[in-house]
Design a protein around this ligand. Structure first.
Ligand code: G3I
Length: 383
């Protein structure tokens, strides 16, 4: 009878601690401890007052990144107004729970305020606006945000290897006009490193990126500065080749770049880990680190936002593979998911709610198979 009771207690305990429970006995951040990999999540400040959101975030992660709160439309809503209230909540939360903070993002073509995009500024004005923005935001968080996505998604999605048309590149374009004046002090180094009309044209396009890194570095010389990109650049291809060439050029000429963010939004239940690994290796060989910055694995969902059990298992395997490829490459220093609960994710509203269930916890903060796969891999992963 005694043995039966003991057996029952053990089975109950195993069940309670196993997949599908709300409070795992060891958290991701504990599992990641021995490997030194940072484990992060993108965060929405409005949700921090929700007990389950806050407790899960604090328990599981040692890094956070404001999902939208540091984008121009939030932080710089009027020409002369900076509003740090939302992002400050995330930074305060992180400081109370021993978490690092990534900053996202200083230069992007989306989520910019109308006063900026419709302002019809001259090149000189636009350059001054960008310099003021970068320096004001980075200075506000000096010593609090350890890594910045300085420039986000600058690559053209259609024409591999080219930069996309944005207000920064060509409206009227820091890189095309004022950029030349702004870069006058760097001219000698630039001319030594490159020559010929093609190289000069590429250099002109990339100049706003270079300048942004220089301004961010001036504002906080200790912060790690990243170029962040998605849309297949996680693998080796023409787009990531162009980013690689930019990073190599920046490193050769002393432009302060410390890392590359590979977003890792996966929507086809497939990860080409061999190619991702080769990509990480070539970037880290340049002396920069790699962060996986925005991982999620979206699935087809029903009207209630639920995915099939089979897809949830396949999703778990993707999370495992991605953790493994990061652990296997020393310069891969962080894995961050874009949100952490399926209750709040950009995927639903951006797919007419046909896709979702992309994260580690379900809508009720229960750990999913993906959570266990990631956690087990982190636990096993010794570097
Ligand atoms: O600001 C309005 C708000 O006033 C309004 O009440 C609300 C109603 O829906 O919409 C708000 O705007 C939303 C904004 O996020 C702020 O929450 C937009 O509709 C929504 O489209 C926007 O989506 C964000 C998206 O970037 C915009 O491109 C997502 O939350 C955010 O997760 C997503 O993040 C990007 C990364 O920054 C870069 N990489 C890709 C990633 C996924 O798209």
């Amino acid at each position: 009878m005694k043995w039966q009771a003991l057996f029952f207690a053990l089975v109950t305990a195993a069940f309670c601690l196993g997949p599908g429970t709300a409070a795992p006995e060891q958290s991701l951040r504990e599992a990641a401890w021995s490997s030194g990999i940072l484990i992060g999540a993108a965060v929405r400040p409005a949700q921090l007052s929700e007990a389950a959101y806050a407790s899960t975030l604090a328990r599981e992660f040692n890094m956070v990144e404001p999902e939208d709160a540091l984008k121009w439309e939030v932080v710089h809503p009027e020409p002369q107004t900076f509003d740090f209230s939302q992002a400050d909540q995330v930074v305060d939360f992180a400081s109370r729970h021993g978490m690092k903070v990534r900053g996202h993002t200083l230069v992007w073509h989306r989520q910019n305020p109308k006063w900026l995009t419709e302002g019809k500024f001259t090149s000189r004005e636009l350059a001054e606006i960008l310099e003021t923005h970068i320096k004001t935001v980075v200075t506000h968080y000096r010593g609090k945000i350890f890594a910045w996505d300085v420039v986000n998604e600058a690559s053209d999605e259609v024409h591999a290897g080219q930069l996309r048309s944005t207000i920064w590149r060509d409206q009227p374009g820091i890189a095309l006009d004022t950029g030349r004046e702004l870069r006058a002090s760097n001219r000698d180094a630039n001319e030594k490193a490159r020559s010929g009309p093609e190289a000069r044209s590429a250099q002109r396009d990339y100049a706003y990126i270079e300048q942004s890194f220089r301004w961010a570095h001036e504002a906080d010389p200790q912060a790690l500065l990243f170029y962040n990109e998605g849309a297949d650049t996680e693998m080796v291809n023409a787009k990531s080749d162009a980013i690689y060439a930019m990073v190599r050029d920046f490193r050769q000429r002393g432009v302060p770049i410390d890392g590359v963010g590979l977003q890792m939004h996966i929507s086809n239940l497939h990860a080409d880990v061999a190619s991702i690994s080769t990509n990480i290796k070539r970037f880290t060989a340049l002396g920069v680190q790699v962060h996986f910055t925005e991982m999620d694995v979206s699935l087809a969902v029903d009207a209630n936002g639920n995915a099939s059990p089979e897809d949830l298992q396949r999703q778990a395997e993707i999370y495992r593979q991605i953790a493994a490829v990061c652990l296997a490459n020393h310069g891969c220093a962080a894995i961050q998911t874009w949100g952490f609960t399926d209750k709040y994710s950009w995927i639903g509203s951006h797919s007419k709610h046909t896709r979702g269930a992309a994260l580690l916890f379900d809508q009720n903060y229960r750990a999913k198979p993906a959570y266990w796969a990631l956690r087990n891999e982190l636990e096993a992963g010794r570097r």
